[in-house]
Design a protein around this ligand. Sequence first.
Ligand code: GTP
Ligand code: MG
Length: 326
Amino acid sequence: MIAGLVAQIAQGQTRAIARAITLVDEGGDEAEALLAALASASDFLQAPVRVIGLTGSPGAGKSSLSDLLIARYRALGQRVAVIAVDPSSPFSGGAVLGDRVRMGRHALDTGVFIRSMGARGSLGGLAKPARGAIRILAAAGFDIIVLETVGVGQSELDVMHAADTVTVVLTPAGGDQVQATKAGIMEIADLFVINKADLPGADKLAHAIEGMLDVRTPGQLGVDDLWRPPVIQVSAVREQGLGELLSAMEAHHRHLREDGRLKARRLRQRLQELRERLKEALWEAVDQSLQSDDQMRSTVAHVLEGTCTIEHAVEEFLARGHRRAL
Ligand SMILES: Nc1nc2c(ncn2[C@@H]2O[C@H](COP(=O)(O)OP(=O)(O)OP(=O)(O)O)[C@@H](O)[C@H]2O)c(=O)[nH]1
Ligand SMILES: [Mg+2]
């Protein structure tokens, strides 16, 4: 079944792609088998696909921008996929009505694939299914994958780690200057887009961000000292500033292509993924033991009675969890 699915994905069959993404969204053994098969079929490190991340507050205009990016890249003959990830939404599978409306004009274009992924209360966060979807779309031969995620919290930053070019979308309206100063944003952004520049305050916000970029510390973790993120003002509704945005995206892509930076970035992503998966596997092993292992249950009882210290219990759990996991 998996081999057939991999072949259909490689042929770019839309229904197979959709089914595969549902599979990785749900997780489980089949999803693991699919991702392993895709990984051995082609090396993502060398894949020509470009992953463009768009992150920003709810309603900042990410989907409106995605829609315009689809149109621009389609006009250049590129196949484009959009994955809209909303950690706060229980909806999934393309059910987000707003996105249907926003990007609906591309629905019949077979060179375009649009999919929403919701939270489903999953413990592991959305980075894992989002990465799975990227692997599937890369194998299906898409040239551009737009990864849209709502918000600027930790789980959105995690999702953004899967992108080659991280675009932070801000607006002059309410509080986005504060959002931008939040930990992580200045480090992760390759590009700043001030959308809704048709509204007042765009220049002021642009100025504030430039000011923050001026004081970035060289050599800071996650910061590329050879790339200063451009700050671009656009208006998605008026279709203004898109040429500049596209040029900036191209410039960043060229920058990544130089000196093996793209490969280095994807290697860092792979390491990050390995760490996350190990964390998950170890936790599952310990959690299992907590439920099924009599000795560990009695250790818990001793901790509660005060006859065993928490420190000692943790050491014991780790030792036993390790043995089970390996
Ligand atoms: N004035 C103005 N409004 C805009 C602009 N771009 C988008 N909007 C409006 O902002 C609202 C939200 O746009 P979306 O594209 O759905 O924003 P989003 O960031 O994808 O929203 P979520 O996915 O819900 O977080 C819509 O009503 C758009 O019409 C713009 O450039 N100027
Ligand atoms: Mg949206």
